[in-house]
Design a protein around this ligand. Sequence first.
Ligand code: FAD
Length: 290
Amino acid sequence: MFIRDLIQEKPVLFSCELFPPKAGTDLARADQVVEETAALRPDFISVTYGAGGNNSHNTLRMAKHIEEQGCTALAHLTCVGANSETIRERLDEMRANGVTNILALRGDLPAGMEKPADACFQHAEDLVRVIKSHGDFCVGGACYPECHPESADQEEDLLYLKRKAEAGCDFFTTQMFFDNNVLYRFLYKLYARHIDVPVFAGIMPVTNKKQIKRIVGLSGTSLPPRFQSILDKFGDDSASMEEAGIAYATEQIIDLIANGVRGVHLYSMNRPDIAARIMGNLSHILGKDK
Ligand code: FAD
């Protein structure tokens, strides 16, 4: 089912995110992660894509398996090192396997990888146009409530986000954030610029201090003092950090939905157990108790 249709049908949508196994690793475990996540009945499940495109078959494999479980899949697709022929091949493979929702991303070239001479995409906006011209796909894009690290300022970032919306994005998913006020200010700025594409708020349940320090360092996401104290207090005790991370994400989601946010995307990072605990805390709120 197209995510754009789900958005029309349901008052609140809740999705989860998985990443594909590295080439040569345990595919059975990846299947199991899909099955356990799909059993939670999120509205859709997304699967990330390696920016170099080298492991693309595992993204497709997982997305296909999600659809086989009766759940809507969203396959990520990056274009940074690709040419349009490769992208069209990927799109044909996706369609042939029943995957028709795509998160169109530029991606970042992996360290040490040179941009191939025939690479022909500069920005995600170019990819959105190619996908839209290739057939009936539902296309999402990424957005950054705290600004993309490469942008000079938020004004510039929003200018290009508007262009990405106009290229045909059906929805946006945000980078993670830990302070809901950051998202509310961002949504207000979209509204003021007539960027009226539905937005999924990206929530990361933090269960590991080292991992979050690395991700936050790369993405420029800020850590509010309340969250920083949780990391300081519980970050070296994994069981306590997990409990606190689940509670923090749950509270963030309740506040978002109470304030009218209609889409929440959980960066569940192949941890269906964590997604289950968060969704269990929200079963009435998400209407999953029925
Ligand atoms: P773009 O939209 O192209 O933006 C990148 C930068 O270029 C921004 O600073 C923007 O303001 C600027 N820009 C945009 N258009 C123009 C223009 N026309 N002219 C000049 N400047 C412009 N990475 C992966 O490798 N695989 C994944 O699966 C993946 N999933 C992600 C999912 C989400 C929800 C998010 C938020 C990020 C994800 N990423 C993923 C990371 C993403 O690829 C990086 O953040 C990357 O640096 C930017 O990708 P983008 O699609 O936002 O790029």
